[in-house]
Design a protein around this ligand. Structure first.
Ligand code: C8R
Length: 245
């Protein structure tokens, strides 16, 4: 009885887990008007379903990117690297800046884990092998699509609490910065988030590297902004965004 009970419980648990990723996805999708969510879900699944989870390519997600068409985000794109929490807490409350997770493309899968397997039509949300890149391939492809929408002024929140705020191995460095093209993007601003344990400032070497790899013609600026200042702006929508930093 115990064994049968455990088996049933495990089976039910796994079913719920499996079901929940689709449910979560569709529920989040429905918040965005004018999307055919079943179509969007089918397109997403085509990225990894019935594929070896360890060899998913970034272009496998092209149908999904296409299904969630993107509008240019002039003067509003905000990238982040190692600052996801502060960046999202700001954009959730203020409309002047938008991260990938505030767009339908990022919102539907943020925080989820998934993969598929060869010979199956299932979406697994747990037990994905360590080698699985179904999720990473998605973020790389989505980040490229997001960087493509940037125009005018774009910015990034980087962390002043680490020695290398502009990490050359990050998605921000390897994908997004490379996608920014002049004259479509005119200026790029770094917001260096200064918490109590800050270890660096805008003169950081890695930020010089960022400046050097930016497409010629894109202006560059860097500002040290305390976490308190950002939080204050998040919770006071009456402060104009231009006065935040
Ligand atoms: N971006 C990348 N990765 C993302 C992501 C996103 O929007 N959203 C999530 N949840 N993730 P990091 P980074 C997950 O090292 O590498 C875009 C992925 O699993 O702090 O420079 C976004 O537009 C990924 O492995 O940052 C942003 O500008 C980690 O979180 C950069 O790329 C990445 O966390 C951030 O990528």
């Amino acid at each position: 009885v115990v064994v049968v009970g455990l088996a049933l419980g495990l089976g039910l648990g796994l079913t719920l887990c499996r079901r929940s990723i689709k449910d979560t996805f569709l529920k989040r999708c429905q918040k965005f008007k004018d999307l055919n969510c079943q179509h969007v879900w089918d397109a997403f699944q085509r990225g990894y379903i019935n594929r070896d989870p360890c060899t998913v390519t970034t272009d496998a997600y092209d149908p999904f990117i296409k299904a969630v068409s993107f509008k240019p985000q002039c003067n509003r794109v905000l990238f982040w690297s190692k600052t996801g929490e502060v960046a999202h807490s700001f954009t959730q409350k203020r409309d002047c800046l938008v991260t990938l997770e505030d767009t339908p493309l990022g919102a539907m899968v943020d925080g989820l884990t998934w993969c598929g397997k060869k010979g199956s039509n299932e979406t697994l949300s747990s037990g994905c092998p360590d080698c699985s890149n179904a999720k990473n391939a998605f973020w790389i492809r989505a980040s490229a699509a997001f960087a493509d929408t940037a125009c005018g002024n774009a910015s990034v929140m980087l962390s002043g609490s680490i020695q290398t705020p502009f990490n050359p191995n990050s998605t921000f460095a390897t994908v997004e910065v490379k996608g920014l093209r002049s004259p479509r993007v005119r200026r790029f601003n770094v917001v260096l988030v200064m918490e109590k344990k800050a270890v660096t400032n805008c003169t950081n070497r890695s930020l010089k590297n960022l400046q050097n790899v930016l497409d010629a013609g894109i202006g560059y600026g860097c500002k040290e902004v305390t976490r308190d200042q950002i939080d204050k702006c998040s919770s006071h929508p009456e402060i104009p965004c231009g006065a935040c930093w």
